[in-house]
Design a protein around this ligand. Structure first.
Ligand SMILES: Nc1ncnc2c1ncn2[C@@H]1O[C@H](COP(=O)(O)OP(=O)(O)O)[C@@H](O)[C@H]1O
Ligand SMILES: [Mg+2]
Length: 475
């Protein structure tokens, strides 16, 4: 399919459908009008025939017990209306033999059985009869004149040629007008299709131009909030999300590069100093030990980055196991106490018995270590930790709260804590803090388990991290 065909075929299909529906309606209406007109003309004709019949009967005299046929000629046989031609009269005897026929009465065949079926008092019957190319309307009535013994039949006929002409001119008028009507319908249909599809074309053009450096373009659709309006709004909000996610990715890469550069520069500096002149074996050993710290920091940073970038699409279920939350937290607390030998940590535990959740042990250890690490790191030497574990049946979740009596976090900073590389802007953070990935990783791990994490804090009083984890992983 050509590009042109692909991008424009829908509007032509729409136009064709419009024309098709329009033509069918028009045809149905014209057909109805045709039969309506025909029925009207015929009933006018029938009324004329009937009144002619009444007059003929009045003019008929009886002489010596027989019909005085010569008086029939007195009946006006002028056309009664434009659509009628001159009337013809014929009288038949009881056996169907023609006993009177005004000149020019068409040779309409006489069906005896039909005549006999006409009872003495039955209503006149109307028939349309074709003779050659011409149509006739014929009314037949039983003629019983007082004073005569015999039963006769009176027939009055009129040619339908004028009516036929009128009807065929109706069809001709329709057929001549049809191409123009269809042309107007096609133009109208195309206009409607174009108008209706305009927002789609705009969306298509915009979508074609969306590139990484033009993500700020929007449709800003001004039309009514109909289906197109909501499609355009959805499209714009999709671009909002895309733009935000691109910006996040960009910031993340820049921050990551910056964080990696710092220890690398330090390492390079130390290497250059060590190599600046010949040194003793002991000096080399000291320099290398010193550099090992930088290398370890680099390894842990890249491991964090790797974990964070993978967390979004890991499938946990295959590695998930039943975990006793109390035991898990106890082992994390032990690790943290060992990691901070110069701090004095007191732990107040308030555990419900054997709260079990389903999850990946390594990740959950990581989550709680990150929180506990912050709690101890951002506190003075005397650390007071308070840890509670509750099973909340209504939420089918385990809720773990970890509070410290540390420095606290200003309220305005709390919404940003879970962003990668975010550190609270204070000397303390810069002095103690890591790369600012700890809470971002904790947040990703909680989300991957279908859980949530929240931080509340008061400066100078302490911080509380609340983690809610579902008791079982849903697929
Ligand atoms: N318990 C806490 N007490 C005080 N400040 C905290 C606490 N937890 C987190 N923060 C602040 O939030 C920032 C982000 O934490 P985190 O993501 O773990 O980064 P990092 O520990 O690498 O600095 C920290 O730098 C710190 O300023
Ligand atoms: Mg941290």
């Amino acid at each position: 399919m050509s590009k042109f065909h692909r991008s424009f075929s829908f509007r032509y299909r729409l136009t064709l459908w419009y024309i098709a529906v329009f033509s069918i309606s028009l045809l149905a209406y014209q057909t109805f009008s045709y039969f309506e007109l025909k029925a009207n003309l015929i009933s006018q004709m029938d009324a004329g025939l009937l009144s002619a019949m009444d007059q003929t009967i009045q003019n008929l005299d009886v002489e010596n017990g027989n019909l005085a046929l010569q008086n029939v000629e007195k009946t006006p046989i002028k056309p009664l209306s434009e659509t009628q031609t001159a009337l013809r009269i014929r009288i038949l005897d009881a056996d169907g033999n023609v006993i009177y026929s005004a000149s020019g009465f068409p040779a309409i065949p006489i069906h005896q059985s039909a005549l006999h079926a006409l009872g003495d008092h039955s209503k006149p019957i109307y028939q349309t009869i074709q003779l050659g190319t011409e149509h006739y309307r014929v009314v037949t009535a039983v003629l019983i004149i007082a004073g005569t013994q015999t039963k006769n039949f009176l027939q009055i006929a009129n040619s339908l040629s004028n009516i036929d002409k009128e009807l065929s001119s109706f069809i001709v008028r329709f057929l001549v007008g049809l191409p123009f009507i269809l042309l107007i319908a096609a133009a109208g249909g195309l206009f409607l299709a174009n108008t209706a599809l305009k927002p789609i074309v705009e969306m298509k053009n915009l979508a074609e131009h969306v590139r990484e450096d033009r993500l700020s373009d929007r449709l800003h659709y001004q039309g009514p909030s109909d289906e197109f309006g909501s499609l355009a709004a959805t499209f714009d909000s999709m671009l909002d999300r895309l733009e935000a996610s691109f910006a996040r990715e960009k910031r993340f890469s820049a921050d990551a590069a910056h964080e990696l550069k710092t220890p690398l520069t330090a390492l390079k500096g130390k290497l250059e100093v060590a190599l600046s002149r010949p040194r003793t074996a002991k000096e080399y050993e000291e320099a290398l030990t010193n550099m090992k710290g930088d290398v370890e920091r680099l390894i842990s940073l890249s491991a964090d980055l790797l974990l964070l970038s993978r967390m979004g699409n890991v499938a946990l279920s295959s590695r998930a196991e039943k975990i006793d939350v109390g035991e898990l937290l106890d082992s994390c607390v032990d690790q943290i106490i060992t990691a901070f030998p110069d701090k004095h940590v007191t732990v107040k535990r308030n555990y419900e018995h054997h709260v079990e959740i389903e999850g990946v042990r390594d990740y959950l250890v990581r989550l709680f270590l990150n929180i506990l690490d912050n709690a101890v790191k951002f506190s003075n030497t005397e650390v007071m930790l308070s840890i509670s574990i509750k099973q909340v049946q209504a939420r089918k979740a385990a809720v773990i709260e970890i509070s410290d009596n540390g420095h606290g976090i200003p309220k305005s900073e709390i919404p940003f804590l879970f962003q990668p590389f975010y550190r609270v802007e204070s000397d303390r953070s810069r002095l103690h803090g890591g790369a600012g990935l700890g809470l971002a990783i904790a947040h990703e791990i909680a989300e991957a388990h279908g859980g949530q994490i929240e931080i509340s804090s008061a400066v100078g009083e302490g911080t509380r991290a609340t983690v809610a984890l579902p008791l079982s992983l849903k697929q």
